[in-house]
Design a protein around this ligand. Sequence first.
Ligand code: HEC
Length: 164
Amino acid sequence: MAAPTKIRACRKFPAPTAIILIAGIGVGATAWAQQDKEKIIAERQDAMKQQGREMIAVRNYFQDKGDQATALAALVSLKGSVPKVLEWFPAGTGLGQVSVKTRAKPEIWQDQDKFVAADKTVIGQIDTLEAAVKGGDKAKTETVYNEIKFCDACHSTFRAPEQR
Ligand code: HEC
């Protein structure tokens, strides 16, 4: 375990150090701020992956691959996390602003009102989805699920395509 960590550290360090020296900025503060941003990005990507798994739990329900209770638990979790999405995107953590991989488009900060509105839309959609699952109506659940897709109300505008 120790060896890979070392290799990663060696690979990561030279570039930022060079940038800091060239820019002549205080080394300590800059390095920490950058680390914090990378941590936030990693955390939000993990949290989004979790949301993806929860949506699949709902899909499993109407596809007869999972039960209603599991789908409802996933929806309770989604209802807690979707409103928090807004907190996961502090300024300076977008595409082109960090060295780690992110698909967060600059529009998130340029068009904050629309970003907030997109989150509200998804919150409403999740409520509708929950009502359908609670009612035990699989056909309705499928319809609502297909409307939400993969939370495209936000992704279509604010998430950049996958980069290679
Ligand atoms: C208000 C906007 C918004 C909402 C709502 C939202 N997302 Fe996202 N999502 C994003 C953005 C922006 C990214 C890109 C984040 C990054 O790459 O740093 C993302 C990334 C993702 C990813 C990829 C994570 C990775 O591996 O890097 C998944 C999966 C995902 N979202 C699922 C969901 C699901 C499912 C929902 C709804 C239950 C949802 N998101 C709601 C904006 C949103």
